[in-house]
Design a protein around this ligand. Sequence first.
Ligand code: 2PG
Ligand code: MG
Length: 397
Amino acid sequence: MGRGIAPAGASRGSNEAIDLRDGGPEQAGLGVNRAISNVNDEIAAALLGLDACDQTLCDTTLTHLDQTAKKERLGGNAIVATSMAVLDAAAKHCGVPVWRQLSGDGVVQMPLPQVQIFGGGVHAAGRTDIQDFLVMPLGAETFDEALCMCADVYRVAGEQMARRGSRMGVADEGGWWPDFESNEQALQILTSSIDEAGYQNGQVMICLDVAASEFGKAGRYRLKLGDHDYSTAEWIDKLSSWVDQYPIVSIEDPVAEDDQDGMRLFTAAMGNRVQVIGDDFLVTNASRIDQAVASGCCNAVLLKPNQVGTLTETYEALRRAKLAKWGTVVSARSGETEDVLITHLAVGWDCGQLKVGSFARSERMAKWNEGLRIERQGWAVRGFAGAGALPVQRRLR
Ligand code: 2PG
Ligand code: MG
């Protein structure tokens, strides 16, 4: 018996596997009865009798059964939940935790967390253009200490917001609901929260998920806050000036998914100073990663199993990125579930980094807490990835 739950994302790349919904008038068309029937009927018939310990065989059976490029026939959600359930069943059969099922006897490290402090973009009704303002505790020596450091910054940032008279609440991933006059003001407050929490000299650094596909298309970037329109070159200059002014160590989707030239230019300009993560730009797709490596786009990948549909394909994306010596970040979605499997993927696959939202809301905390439990099982985890997980370790300030 294994179980898997498909998450969903609000800011989706257009090349992701399709999240099959029922359409029609009920539940605003968002029901998943068709996907569930597909699991119970076609998928069950194809998988019954296979060995759950052979993940590759189960996953290729699923992809062959679907036969579409984006898994729209059976549904990426039906397929990814099944793929996760297969892994869960295999680990239970072997009597080991999922991360151990993946790592075997290999040496793995606890991942460096990226913790969201302010949630914006489509996760907060567009109150900032930038989607995620996060921190990464480069000075931590254990996963446990890393979470404590991020928790400090999260708490202080909330206190700063309260002192400014903001109405307090949280966005989709648990980050503080943004109440800023500009995207830059969020960066200023985050920087001063890190200082006020007592962290200096690069111990805690900032990461941004720009999620630029939400406000950029065809080489134009239209920001709502500040009402400004940028060309790709101007937008890259703007982001670069932020890297000069603030302790930023990682930027995800700095340009839109259709802006290949922009991604190449940004990586050339900033890739030796910050981690450049492709999310919507790469959609956990191995051949897109190969193309990006060949064309000098990005130096890290965000790995979201439901973007591609199966764990085998997600692992292949990870493998290609590691071959290129990229940073690799396992990530949750904004529409996340209580399932903690992705924490096990980050540890068991030795990914180096984990991004599951903020330090609030149980679907987020469950995943951080699972990491603490795995770290305490210490008998097989060999330490903490720390700052070494970054493809570029920015000089401590
Ligand atoms: C992202 C994720 C998580 P969503 O863009 O990286 O923050 O958001 O699930 O909405 O794509
Ligand atoms: Mg993203």
